[in-house]
Design a binder for this molecule. Structure first.
Ligand code: AMP
Ligand code: FE
Ligand code: FE
Ligand code: ZN
Length: 288
């Protein structure tokens, strides 16, 4: 088994259609791939409908969350959710709130840019997002299209829409403890995405991660392109102490990021363990 448990399609801020996504996963030699679009699982049925033989699709999403520290500081965290019931009303409502928040927040970022005379419009960003879960990469692509920037990456700086940037606006986030419970109640399992990806902003302390384990978190995504060897070693010690599973994923975003499918993998035994902890059928299709 070769399993990549973190990847995005154009239903959020990747660039592949769901059909292109599963074809790319098979071409990368994967036998299991999770589709984890930001705040939506809307791409899963279309991806499942186009599954090449020998590829299993793990239904997932990546929820935009915050952890409120004891000093009141809010830390943005991403929660990977796998195997949730797509019809679960509470989880659907939470995703809708997060996506609606993305719409208004992106409109504000575009308005700030336009107010400074930059040639971007909401219509252009909405066209690039194509009706899916809108995010900063879509704004970045609009800036590239307009000739303002030469790459999507170049937008993620303080001058533009990077963390703390001039045109950056916070997004609506779910409380991470509540999200873990929502995912569990919807029959799924949750894994903390890239816990030490520190270039995105403040990350959780060891104690804060242990606190999430107590709240029902199932795993830590340790094998992620933004974690160096030291961070991985450190997280392995936390996972062992807190009884958390260890996962890996590439965080593939098609043409919006250099991350390649299969660059990071999850051990087969962990995939089985995750599936066993989901109450419903989480894996669609399957490895040959
Ligand atoms: P948002 O969820 O709208 O705040 O946007 C965050 C997304 O931007 C992440 O999920 C990544 O897909 C993307 N992103 C973050 N940093 C970078 C970067 N340096 N280059 C390209 N894309 C990035
Ligand atoms: Fe993304
Ligand atoms: Fe993420
Ligand atoms: Zn991601």
């Amino acid at each position: 088994m070769r399993a990549d448990l973190h990847a995005h399609s154009g239903v959020s801020d990747g660039t592949d259609t769901p059909a292109e996504f599963v074809a790319a996963a098979a071409a990368a030699g994967l036998t299991v791939v999770a589709l984890t679009d930001h705040d939506t699982a809307a791409g899963v049925p279309a991806a499942a409908a186009e599954l090449p033989s020998g590829l299993g699709l793990l239904a997932g999403m990546e929820l935009s969350c915050r952890f409120t520290a004891v000093d009141g500081v809010r830390v943005g965290v991403h929660l990977l959710a796998y195997g949730t019931d797509p019809a679960n009303p509470a989880l659907r409502a939470s995703c809708t709130r997060l996506r609606d928040g993305r719409l208004s927040r992106t409109r504000r970022m575009v308005a700030l840019l336009a107010a400074d005379g930059l040639p971007v419009s909401w219509e252009q960003v909405a066209r690039i997002a194509g009706g899916g879960s809108v995010g900063r990469p879509h704004v970045a692509r609009a800036l590239v299209e307009a000739g303002v920037l030469t790459s999507v990456q170049a937008a993620f700086t303080e001058e533009w829409i990077g963390a703390g940037g001039r045109y950056y606006v916070d997004k609506v986030e779910a409380d991470v403890t509540e999200a873990i419970e929502l995912v569990r109640a919807a029959g799924g399992v949750s894994v903390l995405a890239h816990p030490l990806a520190s270039q995105r902003g403040r990350t959780l302390s060891d104690d804060e991660i242990v606190c999430l384990a107590g709240a029902g978190l199932t795993g830590l995504e340790i094998d992620h392109p933004e974690h160096d060897r030291d961070r991985r070693d450190h997280l392995h010690r936390i996972a062992a102490a807190a009884g958390l599973l260890v996962t890996g994923g590439s965080d593939y975003h098609g043409g919006n990021k250099p991350n390649r499918l299969g660059a990071e993998l999850t051990a087969p035994g962990v995939v089985e363990d995750l599936l066993a902890r989901c109450t419903g059928p989480a894996l669609l299709g399957g490895p040959a």
